[in-house]
Design a protein around this ligand. Structure first.
Ligand code: TRP
Length: 463
């Protein structure tokens, strides 16, 4: 077999996969979804989904990838079920969509590096003007996409792994420092209460839907990103424990990101917590304030460093998103990696233009559509974001686990998982995963998917 490259070590794989998982989804997406989803009740749903449903999906994706050593489409073919490769194709399509809007937000974060470096903390109240300056933020996005393409073109252990190993721990330390500082501010506790004391009456269908979508998005599941990363993993690797570490790292960073944002909102609103639901602009409107409060050179340094690290977290995610279609084109269409990367990246950048324009610059893309039953319009970015998170990824996850348990068959999955995990067979975890992959996850994911489509696109609620 041709040398496709591979991760050089166990730690390298875990760091790269955790790098894929940890990104804007944790620091930008999670707090805003919590804000819109009513606080701690959303957090509880999210945690349940991550550990109970998503962890089994993650294990399955990595196992399929390692078994077949292929991209998500090739993987189904290699197992002998060509008819199922539509799941992989759907994944590649989702990857295109996700990266197209994700890169726009990464461009904003990149632009904030400069704003922080010049001490422009006032940007907090000028975010909407910032995103309307489409030539400027578009240029930031272009640089970001080019950087992603460059890293992916360097191949697996050369690019992705090296960057992840060093940057992930730095981000964690930085977040911990900010959490520590935020907690000392007046009225921080109002934020902590909103974030950690659940009011279960706030759990509605749409909270359930977005908590599940957020869990899938944050863990990079449902589109074959981890099938692809799994394809570079060594047989000696223990997949079940690696997946557990990746899940914990991802959930941990998301939870900490909330501990950074909500106390700060409590502080800014004198405990009234009235800006929590402000949506996708949330971190861009709150974080500069904390650096402004720190003030002086320290504020500038901290703010700049934070957004630099956020960009790196985003980069390890965009790299994994780009890697999926690139691996597909390289494996299946026989195009050289170095060419495939730039072609695919260019196409995705173009698909992202409506997401770039729909933040006030173009009225059409800003008020792109109104969901049935909703009073306000959603912009193009929000539409694609929720189409991917809430519908495509859970559907992909549902099909992947169903396929693994009932088409490829559980004993084959178990066989693959026991490589590198000598005690796996016969363990409690094996029994749980058999149940979750075989019945629980397909049933619950399938049910929520149907509910999501009915509720979101037809305005029909079952509950
Ligand atoms: N998980 C990443 C984040 O939270 C985004 C991401 C990277 C992703 N690869 C993915 C999402 C694959 C879905 C599928 O920022």
């Amino acid at each position: 077999m041709a040398n496709r490259g591979g991760f050089s070590s166990r730690l390298g794989f875990i760091m790269a996969a955790a790098g894929s998982a940890v990104g804007l989804g944790n620091i930008w997406g999670f707090p805003y979804e919590v804000g819109q989803g009513g606080g701690a009740a959303f957090v509880v749903m999210y945690l349940i989904f991550c550990f109970v449903l998503c962890y089994p999906v993650m294990v399955t994706e990595i196992a399929i990838g390692r078994k077949t050593q292929k991209n998500p489409v090739g993987a189904f073919n290699a197992l002998g079920y060509k008819k199922w490769n539509f799941v992989g194709k759907m994944g590649i399509f989702s990857g295109f969509l996700i990266l197209s809007f994700y890169n726009v937000i990464a461009g904003w974060a990149f632009g904030y590096v400069y704003e922080m470096a010049i001490g422009n903390f006032d940007i907090a109240t000028h975010f909407s003007e910032f995103v309307q300056d489409v030539f400027k933020v578009g240029a930031y996005g272009m640089v970001f996409m080019a950087t992603t393409a460059y890293v992916v073109s360097k191949g697996i252990s050369g690019g992705i792994e090296k960057a992840a190993k060093f940057l992930m721990p730095s981000l964690l330390i930085m977040i911990l420092l900010i959490v520590g500082y935020a907690l000392t501010l007046p009225n921080a506790m109002a934020g902590v209460e909103f974030y950690l004391v659940p009011d279960f009456s706030k759990i509605t269908t749409s909270v359930v839907i977005s908590a599940l979508g957020q869990a899938f998005f944050s863990l990079s599941l449902g589109m074959g990103a981890l099938i692809t990363y799994g394809s570079y993993v060594n047989k000696k690797e223990n997949i079940v424990s690696a997946a557990a570490l990746i899940t914990l790292a991802d959930v941990g960073i998301a939870v900490l990101a909330g501990m950074m944002i909500f106390p700060l909102i409590g502080f800014m609103t004198d405990g009234a917590m009235d800006n929590v639901g402000s949506g996708p602009g949330l971190i861009f409107e709150t974080l500069p304030q904390i650096f402004g409060t720190i003030g002086g050179t320290l504020g500038v340094v901290a703010g700049t460093l934070f957004f630099v690290l956020l960009c790196f977290a985003a980069l390890t995610s965009t790299v994994s998103l780009l890697e999926v279609p690139v691996a597909y084109v390289v494996d299946e269409k026989n195009i050289r990696r170095s060419r495939a990367v730039w072609l695919v990246a260019g196409a995705i950048f173009l698909i992202g233009i409506p997401s770039l324009l729909g933040n006030g610059y173009s009225d059409f893309f800003t008020n792109f559509m109104t969901y049935p039953g909703s009073e306000t319009a959603t912009n193009f970015l929000g539409f694609v974001n929720s189409l991917a998170n809430d519908s495509l990824l859970p559907l992909g996850g549902c099909l992947i686990v169903f396929f693994a348990a009932h088409v490829w068959k559980k004993h084959n999955l178990d066989e693959e998982l026991s490589h590198g995990a000598p005690n796996y067979k016969g363990s409690f975890l094996q029994k749980y995963l058999n149940f979750a992959v075989g019945y629980l996850a397909p049933a619950v994911l399938g049910f929520i998917f149907v509910m999501t489509v009915l509720e979101t696109y037809f305005g029909i609620s079952i509950f």
